[in-house]
Design a protein around this ligand. Structure first.
Ligand code: NAD
Length: 492
């Protein structure tokens, strides 16, 4: 029996103004374990009134929170860091149980979440304004940086813990208050974390709130008078909608969106070292990662060798329940999503691509109710086929041939999306050319998942990002979460 972790709530509460409240919305969704099919709990949507209550509570809390010295806010974030570190294993197990990824992937996710708390401590310096004494005779000038009010984040299912932490610590460190709307498909982890935050009284009431729900809850968040900005991570369709709706309401918005990532393997690449890294890129998190490899670009000189080794290794991946430490790939998030991925495999076949490895044949007899799908590898894909253009978000690799590096880079740059692109090579000049010419937000040189560290912004080109200031640490969060004003001063 694998060691599961139980969060006691069967109907997930909202956390508003330091209190748990059962949401009163009409929509209800059963959250089940994607590997076992076991029922975990019910997610009930929040009503517009409940969202407004959260926004009002956060606005009230802002009055005091924003006036605290930064160091005092950081003291609270240190307590949060301690809590998450102590709870890391429980949180990781919950992530596996609601999302399906492997326990190692979940542990990595929690580590990355914690790194974002650490990176937010830079606000201690960043919040300083600047001052010029004597900008003109007898006149001094000062730049003052201040928080804005209530921010909210709307997050996707694939990183239930890490992605909320791309925003929460930075918004709070800079003096804002916050409302999180987690994914309705993986709401349990952040509900559990909020319950522990509340039990330990880490933040004053109203500073950090959570509302459950779906589109109606998100619309209510954007409309709420007291909410001044939204951070979104999810699909491009929803990102575009949220971006325009926030703009119409004159709210700040950053919206990170879908991906279709190219991985280019040059004939000079060190294949033995690259292969495990490439496999992790395409099939880690069962392909449900915005930094996952999707299109594998090969050349005449290395096509057959790389295709064979890649397909052989993919076919050996151990697929199962992520809590089993030996599992290398977990299930997909839902039955519906599995069917959607299968429909892409069918589309690939009908458009003439060659299915070298068919993940539909996989059987995991211990977990007959799991949403399992094995790795699939297509050869003879062209860049204009549906499977090469659209985000599948599952364990499907498409091998595309290119004549040379210029053609490979041109494929990267012609994609609708521009989230990540990677090259494997031993040629520094080729790597440099790729780094300078490939238009994607996150670039990997012999790195299959080019995930920026917490102190760097998470970038994206074209339909992978809407806005100008990116999420995570780095310099952008300061501009997103604060406003500046300049005071010019003379004393008679
Ligand atoms: P999704 O767009 O379905 O949902 C994301 C969030 O939006 C959820 O909280 C959901 O409740 C809300 N939402 C859904 N439909 C809505 C609507 N019509 N109006 C308002 N809100 C709505 O995304 P998902 O399936 O949870 O996540 C997978 C997607 O996220 C993939 O496209 C992936 O590439 C992307 N993603 C991007 C990044 C990035 O940094 N660029 C990171 C992770 C995931």
């Amino acid at each position: 029996m694998l060691q599961e972790f139980r969060y006691g709530e069967k109907v997930l509460p909202n956390f508003i103004n330091g209190k748990r409240q059962e949401p009163q919305g009409e929509e209800k969704m059963e959250i089940t374990n994607p590997a076992t099919g076991d029922f975990l709990c019910t997610m009930t949507s929040s009503t517009r009134e409940e969202v407004e209550e959260a926004a009002d509570a956060a606005a009230e809390a802002f009055r005091t929170w924003s006036t605290l010295p930064v160091s005092q806010r950081i003291e609270r974030l240190l307590l949060l860091r301690q809590l998450i570190s102590q709870e890391a294993e429980n949180i990781s197990r919950l992530i596996v149980m609601e999302n399906g990824k492997t326990i190692d992937e979940a542990r990595g996710e929690v580590r990355r979440g914690i790194e974002n708390i650490d990176a937010s401590f830079a606000a201690l310096y960043f919040m300083d304004g600047r001052r010029t004494t004597g900008i003109a005779p007898g006149i001094d000038e000062e730049l003052i940086r201040e928080p804005l009010g209530v921010f909210a984040a709307v997050t996707p299912f694939n990183f239930p813990m890490m992605i909320p932490f791309w925003f929460i610590p930075y918004a709070l460190a800079t003096g804002n208050t916050f409302i999180l709307k987690p994914s309705e498909r993986t709401p349990v982890t952040m509900n559990y974390i909020m319950s522990r935050i509340e039990e330990q009284g880490i933040f004053p009431p109203g500073v950090l709130n959570l509302v459950n729900g779906r589109k109606g809850t998100v619309d209510a968040l954007i409309d709420a008078k007291e909410v001044c900005g939204i951070s979104f991570v999810g699909s491009t369709t929803v990102a575009r909608y949220i971006y325009y709706r926030c703009n119409a309401a004159r709210k700040r918005v950053q919206a990170q969106a879908s991906a279709k990532n190219y991985i280019v393997v040059m004939p000079d690449a060190r294949l033995s070292a690259a292969l495990p890294n490439m496999i992790n890129s395409f099939f880690g998190n069962a392909g449900e990662r915005c930094l996952a490899g999707a299109n594998l670009v090969l050349f005449e000189r290395n096509h057959d060798e790389v295709l064979k080794k890649f397909t052989d290794r993919a076919s050996e991946l151990r697929v199962g329940y992520g809590l089993d430490e030996s599992t290398e790939m977990g299930p997909l998030i839902t039955r519906e999503h599995r069917s959607r991925v299968i429909s892409y495999i069918e589309k690939g076949i009908s458009e003439g691509a060659e299915l070298e490895l068919d993940g539909r044949e996989l059987n995991v007899p211990e977990y007959p109710k799991g949403n399992f799908l094995g790795p699939s590898v297509f050869d003879d894909v062209s860049a204009d086929m549906t499977i090469a253009k659209e985000e599948i978000f599952g364990p499907v690799a498409s091998v595309i041939s290119a004549a040379d590096l210029d053609e490979a880079i041109s494929m990267v740059n012609s994609s609708t999306y521009g989230n990540m692109a990677s090259i494997y090579t031993t040629d520094a000049a080729a790597a440099r050319k790729f780094k300078l010419e490939a238009k994607a937000g996150n670039l990997g040189i012999n790195i299959g998942v080019a995930a920026p560290a917490a102190t760097y912004p998470f970038c994206g080109y074209r339909d992978s990002f809407f806005g100008t200031l990116h999420g995570q640490g780095g310099e952008d969060y300061l501009s997103f979460y604060t406003e500046r004003k300049v005071a010019i001063e003379r004393w008679f």
